[in-house]
Write a protein that binds this ligand. Sequence first.
Ligand SMILES: Cc1cc2nc3c(=O)[nH]c(=O)nc-3n(C[C@H](O)[C@H](O)[C@H](O)COP(=O)(O)OP(=O)(O)OC[C@H]3O[C@@H](n4cnc5c(N)ncnc54)[C@H](O)[C@@H]3O)c2cc1C
Length: 439
Amino acid sequence: MIINIIGAGLAGSEAAYQLAKRGIKINLFEMRPEKFTPAHKTEKFAELVCSNSLRSNNMTHPAGILKRELLELDSLLIKTAIKYSIPGGNALVVDREKFSEEITEILKQNPNINIIHKEIKNLNELNGISIIATGPLTEKSLAEDLIKITGKENFYFFDAIAPIIDAESIDMTNAFYGSRYSNDKDYINCPLSEEEYFNFVKELKNAKTFPLKEFEKEIHFEGCMPIEEMAKRGDMTLSFGPMKPVGLIDPKTGKQPFAVVQLRKENKEGTAYNIVGFQTKMLIQEQERVFRLIPALKNAKFLRYGSMHKNIYLNAPEVLNDDMSLKNKKDIFIAGQLSGVEGYIESIAHGLLVALIVYFRVIEKKFPYPEKTFAFGALYNFLREKRKNFQPSNINFSLFSYPENIKKIKNKRLRKEKIAEFSFNKFLEWRDKLLNNSF
Ligand SMILES: Cc1cc2nc3c(=O)[nH]c(=O)nc-3n(C[C@H](O)[C@H](O)[C@H](O)COP(=O)(O)OP(=O)(O)OC[C@H]3O[C@@H](n4cnc5c(N)ncnc54)[C@H](O)[C@@H]3O)c2cc1C
């Protein structure tokens, strides 16, 4: 049996390595160098298209926890990243050229991997089990073919991501619960006085932003607008848009505030909230500076920053089966960022996970799907839980589940240490189940 993998990016390269080392024959299709995405610059596999950081190495940070799990599962990409790491404080920063070069060589020399430089335009070109790992810049024809299968409503072309805030960092003495016209606890409302509002708008208009890439210019026409662009349309625009106070009474004053920023629960537990309608292109340090001008957010801790960029992805909970295959094409698996995970290490992890799932299918064994008590499971279950506005996510603690006694620990550092310890033990239990199934 030969398995097709489409795309030798982060997820595809990791998946090819994992399957090949288990004796599975692979056809690895990559369109570069014949055709490039707007972000890739080289013909090498596993190219890091933007930053060269694989985020925190700290074992109490979700990104550190995910990398540790990846290493335990012999991730080629993480091993290589460590081999070619360069000084970067507490982050895993890599020499991107040496990193990609080595991965390309390892995959090229693997006798189980047959590399084919070709753009796949249509799923009908593929026979048998195939893993689509063509990433956030999947070429147009294949994207159009996928739309036919998933339906337009489950296929997205860009991310308009609002920041996510750690609930504990919200100053509730300056905020109140309630929805427009009701007192339920769905939203946290952060009121601003007239003076605070105009100062906020002024700083938004002056904030430094990421420049738009040429291929991202269409984004603004396609949908929602960055909050700073809205502010530039007129000083009152936001107070009639995402900051409108209508239907909200501040219990502290008994009056409707001049303007309100609404925060919506990001998870069932209510440990994380997103700032409604605040998608932004502001630089990260500018997001911290400007959003902390909102009185209730003056100490805000950002779990995810806002962003807007071209990013093709599927509504995974709607269109994928548990094994990450398409609901109506059971031989076609989706891996990497196309599935709705966000980020380098998340794409690598997802590629690895899908390779293991496919391997179990080949050896006809039942796959032990991971629970969200550790990073791999947190990421996997994020793709299984249906939600109204499905948007890609990095790994973060709001995706993990852990026991009540850990939740109750007041000291944040200690709590994170306990989550890390608990999740690693859970991960090891899961890894043992995998190993017991003849690895
Ligand atoms: C502009 C941009 C910047 C980003 N910056 C960062 C960042 O700094 N940090 C971070 O953590 N994440 C970043 N991301 C998000 C994400 O982590 C990366 O895009 C990551 O590379 C995704 O991995 P992947 O394997 O899913 O896709 P990719 O790594 O993009 O791999 C997809 C591969 O498929 C190939 N391909 C596409 N279509 C076809 C086809 N039809 N036939 C054959 N081959 C095809 C492509 O050439 C590519 O090699 C960024 C994304 C974008 C778009």
